[in-house]
Each structure stands twice: as C-alpha cells, then as structure tokens.
Design a binder for this molecule. Structure first.
Ligand SMILES: *Cc1c(COP(=O)(O)O)cnc(C)c1O
Length: 350
C-alpha cells in the first residue's frame, strides 16, 4: 500500500505559515537578547524563568534519544499525551467531515478530543478477550477515515494488544495509526518506536506521567517520521512545554535506575495483590495485566466501590464501559497502600 502523508493532512494545515517566535528566528550565538520583550532584570524566582523556554526542548529530546534509541529529530514533546492526541486531530481531521476509529473499552481522551474537534468517532469494540477486531476495524474504514487509536497495554483492561494484529493494521490501515504506549514500561511487549522507519503512517505515544512518576510536569512523548514531527511542530503552541518542566524532565531522566527499580517493585506488588484477590469470594475475574493496574470483575462493583471510597480508598469504577460490567480498575500502589486495600477487601467479605 502506497502511503501518501500529503493526502491525509488538512488543507489549512498543509498551507499554514507557522508562528515564528523570537527564539525561533535567531539561533546563533549572542549575548544581548532584546528580541522577546521579556523582563531582562530577572524574576522573583531567583532570577530564573524570565526568558522564554526552548520551543523545541532539545535538551530533553537529546536525553530521551539516548534512553530510547530514537533520533531526537523523531521526537515531539507535548503538554501531556492529551496535547499530542489533540494535535493529531487538528492536523489530520477536518471537523464535520472526517472520522477516526477507536477500540473500546479504551482510554477516554481519544473520544473526548474527537468530540471537542467535531470529528466523528467510529467505535470498533475490542473482542471479549480485549484484543483488536482487525477485520472489523478495516471494514469500518471509509474514504474520510484518518486515524486509528490503539492503546497497548490498553487502559482500562491492562493487556497488551497482539503484536501481529497491530502489524496487520499498520500494513493495511490507510490513515495514521497511533499506538499509545503509556504503560509500555510495565509490559513484556517490545515498543514500536524502533519501527518508525518501517511504517511511515505510525505515531507512537508514550508519557513520563506513569512509570517515570512525573504526572505533574505534563510531559507527553510522541515518536514519528520527520514529516509528521514537522507537522506537530508547526501546529503546537510555540512554547508548549514550560521551562520548569523541561529542566526537571532533564534531571529526572538521569534517574533511570530508580525508575527501573520501581517498575520491578510494581510487578511484585501486582502479583501479591492478584494472589490476595483470588482468595475473595466476591471476585469473579482478574484480567491479565501488562500494566501498573489491574481490572477486576466483582459481584457488585458499585457497592464495593462505595465501601472502598467510604474508607478513603479510591479506585476506578469502569462498570459502564463495554465488556466491563461490574469491573473496577485498581492502580498498584505502594506496599502499604496495597495492604490497606487488601484489609478493606477482606473486611468487605465478612
Ligand atoms: C495515563 C494515560 C496517558 C497519559 O496522559 P498524560 O497526558 O501524558 O499524562 C495516556 N494514555 C493513556 C492510555 C493513559 O492511561
């Protein structure tokens, strides 16, 4: 299948002259910056942050490139993955005309962002074992279908998508395939970021919000071809990542050993929690998890949710999602937090 990126881009974006910021126009060596109307004297914060940040976050990207084994030029950083999702809609989808495919039960922002952008959402549910319905997806494609969202490991179900199914879709879906790997650090699956040269229609999303522990900094990562990254850079707000987040992100990325320890610990704690859950009579099914949470089917999810929240333990009630009747999604916490949860579950049984 011949892939033509040009045909997928919205005409207004293809023809867009992007905003040219002060930090963009001059990149050589200089010592006096009178080009951006900043406060040259400093700031109340120890004279930090008075200058506009690097619009392209190169330091952060060079660090990421080293860790991920992907050239820095193939990385885009968004203000959380949610910005990446929104930009994909705005670059590729004509409001009121185009459509995208999502595979419920899955991450809620794909649909919300589509609704915000007035883009039709076609839903092709996962199978009952939470795998991709490849045929159903390809059947749902029409001439206005621009994006396909695949979440692997999937939220809220926790499982990896079968790799061959994803590859079939990468080879046959006529639009852009966005693989959301927010939980890839917990998965035994290999990331798709090494496959960018093979698939010009691939966008991979990751995030520093989960395993990396930086949810508050809002650093969403996106990997794609140079042409697609160019489009994201053209459409994003000029200074989408603030300097505090850039600096702290760079600092955090030096602590990969600590993060890998935490990942191992989550896997251990997850196994302990699963063993405990198996003992409980009201637990009907524990779905296999390749993430830092587990989806659990219970006898009366609403009632259990109320019991837990009544004792200040909050989980996510996913009962209204397709294939998820009476299911709670439980994040793996610290050892102590998990003990509190387990004790509450035991007291609920009595
Ligand atoms: C948590 C999560 C994200 C992360 O979003 P950020 O905006 O980067 O914090 C993205 N995708 C999925 C599926 C998630 O569960």
């Amino acid at each position: 299948m011949q892939f033509e990126l040009d045909k997928l881009i919205r005409p207004n974006i293809k023809n867009l002259t992007p905003y040219s910021s002060a930090r963009h126009e001059f990149t050589g060596k200089a010592s006096v910056f009178l080009d951006a109307n900043e406060n040259a004297s400093g700031s109340p914060l120890a004279d930090k942050f008075n200058r506009y940040p690097d619009p392209l976050q190169w330091q952060l990207k060079f660090q990421l490139a080293k860790i991920k084994g992907v050239p820095a030029e193939n990385i885009f950083v968004g203000n959380g993955s949610d910005e990446v999702i929104d930009l994909a809609y705005r670059i590729f989808c004509n409001p009121g005309k185009d459509n995208v495919i999502i595979c419920p039960p899955t991450y809620g922002m794909y649909e919300v962002s589509g609704n915000i952008n007035d883009v039709e959402i076609k839903k092709v549910n996962l199978t009952t074992d939470f795998q991709l319905d490849v045929e159903g997806i390809l059947d749902a494609v029409d001439s206005n279908t621009k994006l396909l969202f695949i979440c692997s490991p999937n939220n809220p179900t926790g499982n990896d998508m079968d790799r061959e199914a994803v590859e079939i879709l990468l080879n046959n879906f006529p639009g852009i395939v966005i693989i959301d790997e927010a939980y890839i650090n917990y998965s035994k699956q290999k990331t798709f970021i090494q496959e960018l040269t093979e698939y010009p229609n691939l966008i991979v999303m990751q995030t520093l919000s989960k395993a990396w522990g930086l949810a508050a900094l809002r650093l969403g990562l996106c990997y794609a071809s140079l042409d697609i990254i160019d489009l994201f850079n053209k459409v994003k707000p000029p200074y989408n990542i603030n300097d505090a987040s850039q600096q702290l992100g760079v600092e955090a990325l030096q602590n990969i050993n600590q993060v890998n320890e935490w990942i191992k610990e989550v896997v251990v704690q997850k196994e302990i929690l699963i063993e405990e859950l198996k003992q409980l009579s009201f637990v009907e099914k524990i779905f296999p998890s390749d993430a830092n949470f587990i989806l659990v089917k219970v006898k009366d999810a609403n009632n259990l949710y109320n019991h837990l929240s009544g004792h200040e333990v909050i989980v996510r009630n996913r009962s209204k999602d397709v294939h998820c009747a009476n299911c709670l999604r439980i994040t793996i916490g610290t050892k102590d937090e998990n003990s509190i949860l387990i004790n509450l579950l035991r007291s609920y049984e009595r």
